[in-house]
Ligand binder design. Sequence first.
Ligand SMILES: [Zn+2]
Length: 297
Amino acid sequence: MSFASLDEFEAYFHSEDICSNYLYQLKWPHGFRCSCCGNTKAYSIMTRRLPLYECSRCKHHHSLTTGTVMEKSRTTLRRWFAAIYLLSRSGSSINAYSLSQLIQVTYKTAWLMLHKLRDALDQPDHHTLLDGVVRVQGGAYGNPFNPYTEKDARRHPLLAAGSLVDFNNVTELRLTIMDTEHINHNGHIRQTGEQLFIARNVSPNAANVQSVRYRLHMSRCRPLVRCIAEFNNWASSSFHGLGRKYLQAYANEFSFRYNMQQHPHMGLARLFHLCTHVKTTVTSRSLLAKYQLPRAS
Ligand SMILES: [Zn+2]
């Protein structure tokens, strides 16, 4: 599935029915299956904006959007699909203002949608654990490294991990900004943080895993050091002066875009998969409580 432009995409997904049929296929590729009792027969209830499916055995109602980034959203599927398409396009990023203009929603709605989509990009599932030759590398976002002032409020230590081909090309990337509990008083990443990161991102079956927490260690992984530098440049130029609280969301987006460039035909399908199979941890309420909604500019 590939589309040359938003117009072409919207011409294909031109109605809520087409979008909900597509969502049904993504959610139940082998036909309906009740998550409560495993039954495979359901009655559709078509009186709502989106169809509901009632399990014929236990009578539980299943919504198409339950367990997806669209759960409980009043925004139409067509708009969500267009946002997923726009985020999947490679090239530069999309901000809430442009999204609100392109899909005709309020700035606040666009902002919430982008945050939920970026959160979905960070949800690990069994498809996305790194495998094969894996390297883990410490680095930072923000203030350039200064050996005399390792700890700096404008510097945010991070870990990058990648699956490598020929020990030189990173074909799949992960970036995690370290929580302060995993940084010691010198500004170095603690081993506990490194272990957690590896458990979350690297397959236990990966054959060859090496990790270097220090940026200037002689056995540092240069391809990952380059990825970290690219992330710094991209984030600084796209989102001028990112604060700590937004960094992880943008690190997720950067990794997603990077990985998509390695597998361009996979981007849209992969994003659809993530958005429909991995329940996001954020809700509109939690987002608005955590971040102050920025003004549109
Ligand atoms: Zn059931």
